[in-house]
Design a binder for this molecule. Structure first.
Ligand code: RUB
Length: 311
């Protein structure tokens, strides 16, 4: 399981960051792993697939996009006719391409929709690094909007720096603030835009720790708060009453070599209630968080059919 354990380690260590990158790194590793399979029959291959899936699922807890993508592969190879490893490899490669292709179309549509809300003179605040949000900003810039983005540094591992570098490269006016300065600057901004790691059946959004505080500050200041995300981040387990698990990371990220006896809590994500979200920009359009389930059912019925168990 070298390919898969290697990818899982890179994901766990944050060498691969953000829900989208995590999902595609996991899919790629799985496809490569299956290519190396020496299993002789269907049952043995599915056993290997199940083992690989468990390793990847365990790499980061709060990543339903990765789980949905892997379940999509599993569903498709379960349904299809194939006999040899060679046939399986070709099939699995094509399924991964299909997923990537549909994702790319979704991403483009999201960027098109979101970019319409960013015109010249707009000041936008964002938290963390989201590839969906960056794509939308780049498109708005390409279309000629001259706007400004305020990026939070995003403690403890500073994903805000990735965002800031990307935006500067795209020729977007960018400034950075520390996370605790959000409320001091919120009145200067016209809207807040963030990405998502998970969307629940109630329309709540899980994103980088601190997002819910940004949302509260925006709510208090009556500033619109948008989430830019593919519906592939929907977690079907939440329909069955389960809470999205929030990954707890090492305290070393907060304070390496901290004094002995100091307990450090380091949750990677938090939950932003739907009441603080003005709109979700997704491949089904600009929607209210209240209609999330309907949108997922329309666009990806397989997510609801395949994703009912925790394995
Ligand atoms: C990244 C993060 C991002 C979402 C969305 O957290 O919270 O906002 O994953 O990203 P981490 P994208 O750095 O801990 O993975 O839009 O690229 O899927």
């Amino acid at each position: 399981m070298k390919k898969v354990t290697g990818a899982a380690d890179r994901i766990r260590r944050l060498e691969v960051q953000g829900a989208t990158n995590v999902a595609f790194a996991a899919v790629e590793a799985l496809v490569e792993q299956m290519k190396e399979s020496k299993a002789r029959d269907r049952a043995a291959i599915f056993e290997e697939f199940a083992e690989a899936k468990q390793i990847l699922f365990a790499s980061r807890e709060t990543e339903p996009f990765m789980r949905n993508a892997i379940r999509f592969l599993e569903w498709k190879i379960t349904e299809a006719e194939w006999n040899t490893n060679r046939e399986l490899n070709e099939l699995i490669h094509n399924i991964a391409e299909e997923l990537l292709d549909s994702f790319m179309k979704a991403r483009q549509r999201i960027a098109e929709i979101g970019a319409k809300r960013i015109s010249s003179g707009t000041c936008v605040l964002t938290h963390c690094h989201s590839s969906a949000v960056s794509t939308m900003f780049r498109l708005a810039r390409e279309r000629g909007a001259d706007f400004e983005v305020i990026v939070t540094e995003t403690r403890p591992v500073y994903q805000g720096r990735i965002t800031a570098k990307e935006l500067l490269e795209a020729g977007i006016r960018t400034s950075m603030i520390v996370d605790s300065a959000v409320r001091s600057f919120i009145k200067r901004v016209d809207l807040v835009v963030v990405g998502a790691d998970a969307i629940t059946s109630e329309g709540n959004v899980i994103n980088k720790i601190g997002t819910s505080m940004v949302a509260m500050a925006a709510h208090e200041a009556r500033i619109p708060f948008y989430v830019v995300t593919e519906l592939l981040k929907f977690d079907p387990q939440t329909i069955h009453g389960e809470y999205e698990a929030i990954e707890e990371r090492s305290g070393d990220e907060v304070w390496p070599n901290a004094p002995g006896g100091l307990a450090i809590m380091n949750p990677a994500f938090d939950v932003t209630r739907r009441d603080h979200i003005h709109g979700i920009v997704c491949e089904e359009g600009f929607i209210s968080p209240h209609s999330i389930l309907e949108a997922v059912r329309r666009r990806y019925p397989w997510i609801l059919e395949q994703g009912v168990s925790s394995t």
